[in-house]
Design a protein around this ligand. Structure first.
Ligand SMILES: Cc1cc2nc3c(=O)[nH]c(=O)nc-3n(C[C@H](O)[C@H](O)[C@H](O)COP(=O)(O)OP(=O)(O)OC[C@H]3O[C@@H](n4cnc5c(N)ncnc54)[C@H](O)[C@@H]3O)c2cc1C
Length: 466
């Protein structure tokens, strides 16, 4: 007797332009892997689409055959939603075309692009699309959840810079969503994740920028509290050209790190300036003015170098677990909790990442997009990062324990793209006042919850939108 997957395979194989990969095929092992090794699943079929008709065919056939379906762009879902056991993976990694129109400062890019694909194409024209800080991240997953990075304060969230989407809905139709066509869907796609369909093309606004000034420094554990308090007090008044990211961690065993700090708890600081370099040096000086700073340096660097400088720290195939949240303001006792947690870090690769948003991202009204929260500027991401399966329990427990300590001081809300798979109870918290509107849009475009391998917005029982 044929199974749903056999029927799906039969309905695809004659007409599919890309590759259909099944267990036992020589490329299957490589094709099934995603970034987070904690999630090792065995899909029954991987449909590596070559073009939009492939995506339409795969979606329509999988929906008709009621096959569990995951959608993959860069495979960086921290929760591991871009794979599944026994179902279909729609893999967009062959769909990476980018078309830039320098005159209008706009780009159209395909649904399988990585950040590096977009950056490389736009930088040929001295233009940028604001996105994340690791270039092998998928653009689609990042944008659909919101997307923040080095340029958020200057140019807003990634989703704020998208003017239109082309989407394949569960019946295989191709739908455009922008401020005029399907405006509710356009609203939902800017933060609502992969809940509504497969985005095959983004239309985005670009900004001129090709080089930046970066200041970097580290300080030892005794200086972390005063430096973090300075950072906390400095950022609310900082110009939008300035982005200052900090991370509490163990200093890496690298030649560039002073020998006395290697393997010791440190605060690592990176201060970015995107405006006039002379003015930038003044602000960088003010930022990096507290504590006994070591390994301190400043350089003018290309935007492409900035976007790739952290790539090596987060390779595919390690084990990762995160918990994240927002603070309206960062109190001294939360700072102390973070510093104390460093003493018991189970992995030298784990980091407590802190960023301050604000700027252009906070000037977009909350109601304009589905993105959850723009009012709490301090973001913390506890990023557990280790190599060995036997260390799972210690690392996951460390992240959970610190999160439990910090949670009372946090404001409700969480960035969906920083959530783990065991946090489905936090999805309504992520969307807060947008939840009901999102559920109505979901009910209209995906009433059977075909797209459910994501931070899922459940459709209502009866579709309510007309
Ligand atoms: C190393 C690393 C660095 C990161 N840095 C940042 C950062 O700087 N800023 C930031 O905001 N986030 C960052 N993130 C989080 C990142 O935004 C999410 O992990 C995001 O989901 C990654 O997108 P992806 O396309 O690679 O993921 P995938 O695993 O391919 O997809 C994730 C989900 O997105 C949806 N999806 C993907 N493609 C499509 C599509 N074309 N159409 C519809 N739905 C789709 C699906 O629901 C899928 O389950 C980072 C993650 C990692 C692992």
């Amino acid at each position: 007797m044929s199974t749903a997957i056999d029927d799906l395979y039969s309905s695809l194989k004659a007409r599919f332009h890309g590759e259909l990969i099944r267990p036992g095929d020589h490329s299957y092992e490589a094709a099934r892997g995603i970034w987070n090794r904690m999630v090792a699943r065995t899909p029954a079929l991987i449909a590596r689409c070559a073009d939009i008709p492939d995506v339409q065919l795969a979606v329509r056939s999988a929906a008709n055959n009621k096959v569990l379906t995951a959608v993959r762009c860069g495979g960086h879902s921290l929760a591991g939603y871009s794979t599944c056991d026994g179902g279909l993976v729609i893999d967009l990694s062959r769909m990476r075309e980018v078309i830039v129109d320098p005159a209008s400062r706009r780009a159209r890019f395909a649904g399988g692009c990585l950040l590096s694909t977009v950056d490389t194409a736009t930088q040929k024209h001295g233009l940028v699309f604001p996105a994340g800080v690791v270039s092998h991240t998928g653009a689609a997953g990042l944008i659909l959840g919101g997307g923040f990075g080095w340029l958020t304060r200057r140019f807003g969230l990634s989703c704020d810079n998208v003017q239109g989407f082309t989407v394949v809905t569960p019946d295989g139709s191709l739908v455009r969503a922008n401020s005029k066509d399907n405006p509710e869907l356009y609203w939902a796609l800017r933060g609502g994740g992969g809940n509504f369909g497969v985005v095959v093309e983004f239309e985005a606004g670009l900004h001129p920028l090709s080089s930046v000034v970066l200041g970097e420094a580290m300080c030892a554990v005794n200086d972390i509290a005063p430096v973090l308090r300075h950072w906390r007090d400095f950022m609310p008044g900082a110009p939008e050209d300035l982005k200052w990211n900090v991370s509490l961690r163990l200093a890496p065993q690298m030649e560039s790190v002073p020998a006395q700090l290697r393997g010791r708890p440190v605060l690592s600081q990176s201060v970015l300036w995107t405006g006039d370099p002379d003015e930038g040096h003044r602000y960088l000086g003010q930022a990096l003015s507290v504590g006994n700073l070591v390994g301190s340096g400043r350089r003018v660097m290309s935007y492409l170098d900035l976007q790739t400088m952290a790539d090596h720290e987060f390779p595919s195939g390690r084990r990762y677990y995160t918990k994240s949240g927002y603070f309206k303001s960062l109190d001294d006792s939360s700072i102390d909790d973070m510093i104390n947690a460093l003493a018991a870090l189970p992995s030298p690769l784990t980091q407590i990442e802190l960023a301050y948003l604000g700027g252009a991202a906070s000037r977009v009204a909350a109601s304009e997009t589905a993105f959850g929260d723009r009012s709490s500027p301090f973001v913390v991401n506890l990023l557990g990062n280790w190599a060995d399966l036997s260390e799972d329990l210690a690392n996951i427990s460390w992240v959970r324990n610190l999160f439990r300590e910090l949670r009372p001081a946090m404001t409700p809300g969480v960035y969906v793209n920083f959530m783990s798979a065991d946090e489905s109870d936090r999805v309504p918290e992520a969307y807060r006042e947008h939840w009901e509107r999102l559920a109505a849009i979901k009910s209209h475009y995906d009433p059977n919850n075909f797209f459910r391998l994501n931070h899922n917005i459940h459709p209502r029982k009866q579709p309510v939108m007309t």
